[in-house]
Design a protein around this ligand. Structure first.
Ligand code: SAM
Length: 223
C-alpha cells in the first residue's frame, strides 16, 4: 500500500520509531490511510480508525475493504477518544486537526493520558504544548515535515514531567534543539512575515510591541 501524503508518511515513520505495543487508535482518521498503511507495513497488528463524522467513516470502510483489512482495522464512529474507552489500545494518533480541538479531545479523557500519543496539529501548537506541560505530559520527540508547500510539526508524547519556557512553547523544546534545515526554513519564512507586518504598522501602533518581540525571538533562535 502506498501512502501519498508526505505528512502522514513522516508520522507513520515516527510511529514505527517510537512504537509502544501493537494496537493503534487513529482519531479523526478520515480515510484511515495512516492505520491501513501501518498495518500493511507490519508496524501494528490492529487499529481502531475513529471519526466523528459518517462521511469520513464511510471512506475509512472503503480503504479497509480495498486493502482486505477487515477485522484488523476497525472503523468506529464517535467524538474524540469516546469510541475507544472500552478498547484495548497501546498508542493513539491524532493528526490533521487544530491544536485547540486536540486539547478538547485530550481533556475529555484524562483516564487515557497514560497512552503514547502521536500528535500533528495544524495550528495552535504553543497552546497545545502548554496544555501538555500542564497536564503531566512529556514531549519525547518532535520534528517537522514539508508537504505541498506547507511545513507541519508533529510530536510524540507520553505521561511524564516537562517544564517549558516561552521559547519552548513557540518553537518546540526538541525542535529548537535539533534546529533542522526545515525548522530554519519555517522560522525564516515566519520572520519575513513578521518583518512585513511591522513595516506596515505605523509608529506607536500597539501591535508593534508584540511583533517586535516575535522578531527578536525568531532572530535569536535562528542565530
Ligand atoms: C483534516 S482530517 C485529517 C485526517 C487524517 N487524520 C490526516 O491527518 O490526514 C480531520 C478529520 O477529523 C475528524 N474530526 C473532527 N473532529 C473530530 C472529533 N472531535 N473526533 C473525531 N474525529 C474528528 C473529521 O471528521 C475529519 O475526518
Amino acid at each position: 500500500m502506498k501512502l501519498h501524503s508526505k505528512r502522514l508518511l513522516a508520522i507513520a515513520k515516527a510511529i514505527a520509531q517510537h512504537k509502544q505495543g501493537t494496537i493503534l487508535a487513529d482519531i479523526g482518521t478520515d480515510h484511515a490511510y495512516l492505520p491501513c498503511f501501518l498495518y500493511d507495513q507490519g508496524v501494528i497488528e490492529k487499529a481502531y480508525a475513529c471519526d466523528v463524522a459518517e462521511g469520513p467513516l464511510a471512506s475509512s470502510k472503503q480503504t479497509i475493504i480495498a486493502n482486505h483489512m477487515e477485522g484488523k482495522i476497525i472503523p468506529l464512529l464517535g467524538n474524540g477518544l469516546d469510541p475507544i474507552v472500552n478498547e484495548d489500545v497501546d498508542m493513539i494518533s491524532i493528526c490533521g486537526m487544530g491544536g485547540m480541538l486536540m486539547i478538547e479531545i485530550l481533556d475529555a479523557h484524562n483516564e487515557m493520558h497514560d497512552h503514547r500519543f502521536f500528535l500533528q496539529a495544524n495550528n495552535g501548537l504553543a497552546e497545545l504544548r502548554a496544555y501538555l506541560a500542564g497536564h503531566h505530559f512529556c514531549i519525547i520527540d518532535e520534528d517537522l515535515v514539508e508537504d505541498a508547500h506547507h511545513i507541519y510539526e508533529y510530536m510524540v508524547v507520553e505521561k511524564g514531567k516537562m517544564v517549558l519556557d516561552e521559547d519552548d512553547l513557540l518553537f518546540g523544546p526538541i525542535n529548537r534543539q535539533k534546529k533542522t534545515e526545515l525548522f530554519r526554513k519555517k522560522w525564516q519564512f515566519e520572520l519575513n512575515v513578521q518583518k512585513k507586518i511591522i513595516a506596515s504598522l505605523p509608529e506607536g501602533h500597539p501591535k508593534r510591541i508584540n511583533v517586535t518581540q516575535m522578531i527578536e525571538k525568531i532572530e535569536k533562535v535562528l542565530a
